[in-house]
Design a protein around this ligand. Sequence first.
Ligand code: ASP
Length: 463
Amino acid sequence: MSSAGKTSLTTKVLVGMGLGIAVGLAINLMGQNTPGTFVNDYVVNGFFLAVGSMFINALKMLVVPLVIFSLICGVCGIGDIRALGRVGGKSFALYMMTTAIAIATAIVIASTFGIGKGMNQVSEAEFSAKEAPPLVQVLIDIIPSNPIRSMANGDMLPVIFFSILFGISMLLVGKRARSFVEGAEVANEVMMKMVNLVMAVAPYAVFALIAKAVAELGIDLLASLAGYVGVLVAALMIHLFVTLMVVLKVFSGLSPAMFLKKIRNVQVFAFSTASSNATIPVTMRTVTERFGVNNSVASFTVPFGATINMDGTAIMQGVATVFIANVYGVELGLTGYLTVILMSVLASIGTAGVPGVGLIMLSMVFAQVGLPIEGIGLVLGVDRLMDMIRTAVNVSGDATVSCIVAKGEGKLNQSIFDDTDAGVVDNSDSFHIDEGVQEEMAKVVEAPPGKLYPESKREAEHS
Ligand code: ASP
């Protein structure tokens, strides 16, 4: 298949995104986004809501089984069990380091521009702070008392812990667990096929998700919060295009240009869903099949990063802290800002990558440094859009660290990374069911227990 044909999914997703922005803007500017209008009730909150939510559900449906099977295969395939500790240590250190740099950059930029100074603190939006889990509880909860419950709730850290332990135990059982490992490998491949199937409908879903988000955006708020939004977006872009790319080049020697080209799809998914967790299947697929990161590394670094690494969210916290401190005329001082940095890095460990979680973390930071929590109401109106942008930065950080760790461990296939076309979603191959395969599967289902293998073996011998 030609390269042009192969890239068509990415192009279609980008077209879906562009059309979504255009349609959403039109609805917004024509004032059709108010309850009671036909467009608002039946199109935006009917059709767009249904299509978008079904798609997000489809992505979330893949996350837990994909993480479990790929981690089991990852642990069994790592070759040297000590490497597991190294991968864990390196990725944790890099995730924390990039998050700390992110928030420090944000504070410096926001302070330089003095955003929020002289602004009136009028906010109609009420913000009620939810509790973020304390760090001790986060540590305790890494070990699931009931793994099925953790799986049902989609709690990533305990699921990661259980799957790693399961994989290690399979290695300890040895040869008798071999068929189980093979089974997990097949299950992992099946899950990856499911990712392809779900990704195929992405252009339409991305259109619906973005059209709805833009239709509901407070455009008038954007103008009044132009300083906050401008500085936040600038800091996010600097982190994505400068900091992360410098870190990638310095720590792995890999090409930032190639990275940025291939990461686009993941960013669009993150942008549309505003959830690093829901984007895990796409991040995992891209990191392994487009960047050439071995599954033994990606199966750990991607879900781990979706949970503990939130560079974009940390940037929002830095900018919002400076903004609200200025609006309320609070002088935080160096100690205050250092506390903000520490708190946001710690808060990112315990909170999952789901929409809007950044605001919960922000309330935790505010409580710590004594800023008024109700100040968060000031930025609430534009937070959905900011969430979408910062989630795209969050997942880019996850992929960057995955590539660095894989390269350092000798688990990155350089020729896949360098090949522009490697692993693009090729729908024509993905969705073709071979007739021979269908017949073979039907035989498997119909065969009496224990009969299948010897017969098929005999057939093979006679043919
Ligand atoms: N939505 C973000 C994520 O999933 C978290 C946040 O900033 O609210 O990564």
